[in-house]
Design a protein around this ligand. Sequence first.
Ligand code: SER
Length: 353
Amino acid sequence: MTDASCTPDPTPGDGLVIVTGAGGEMGHALVPWLLRQGKRVVAMDLRPPPTPWPDGVVAATGDVRDRSFVASMADLHGDRPVEAVFHLAAVLSTAAERNPELAHEVNVLGTMNLLSLAAERGTPDRPPLFLLPSSIAVYGFDSLEAKRAAGPIDEDGHLAARTIYGLGKLAAEELGRYYATFFRQLDVGGARSAVDFRSIRFPGILSADTVPSGGTSDYGPEMLHAAAKGEIYRCFVRPDSRIPFMTMPDAIRAIEALAAAPAAALSRRVYNVGAFAPSAEEIAGFVATHLPEARIEYAPDAARQAIVDSWPEAVDDGAARRDWGWSPRHDAAGAFAEYLAPRVIARYAATTS
Ligand code: SER
């Protein structure tokens, strides 16, 4: 492994930004945002990009579980230190329950590989930014009564994940805290940040452009996309199931805002972000308002229902609002009227005409 100290006098901005899971919708939004700031980007994904990335981006096709592959990413743009990592690659909650070992390897050991790369190959003058999307799945409730009684929860309680995905995200957050706070304490004789670790616990995400795969909040986007395609949708949770959601553009704005925030403004490393918290039936109502032909039936799946029932109804995102000015652009009605419905209708009209 090359020693980062061999890099001649890097100045802020000279470094390399690594985006894992870059082939997803978040990656496709973040990479152009980074290029506009003049960053050199390594866009890593399990699959090769279907269309080439623009100039300034090197594609790296491989697996975050592969330590030597991850280590090699720092050499793909010449001899530049790692300035930031946006670690988006993950196995989502339903897929993770189907294959817990894979989920642990990707979500925990994969994160460790990236943290270790950032710590070893980071900018020498300041700790590299490490941004990890986490999830409301880190929280867990024993019963619907407890979930409903809790109301909007802050970041510090109810950390009792009931899925291997939630446990993995919690472990990844803690690994981030370790690399940010204690790593190399022995060598340097005192605490020193090896990475500037920041994380956002996302709610379910609604996109007009993509349908996620392997998540448990997927009933929200699936309902919308099925209706726009003229298909019947059999919702896998009860109509009264309620968890927080936000739109994909708001989720991307949140990542960009936390990444850009001055370190001195941050009172914590891990933040809730909220926008709206509809029941499944309320989502169906919004879909039907804009797509009156929507046909939605309910066929709850016991295992997936139990996961949703263990997640909070709503989150308190006061710390994100105070520290880095978080404020969602879309409430539920605005999300459907201004973004989801017009865009999803146009999308399927374009593919069927
Ligand atoms: N949306 C994710 C999932 O359903 C949770 O963060 O797995």
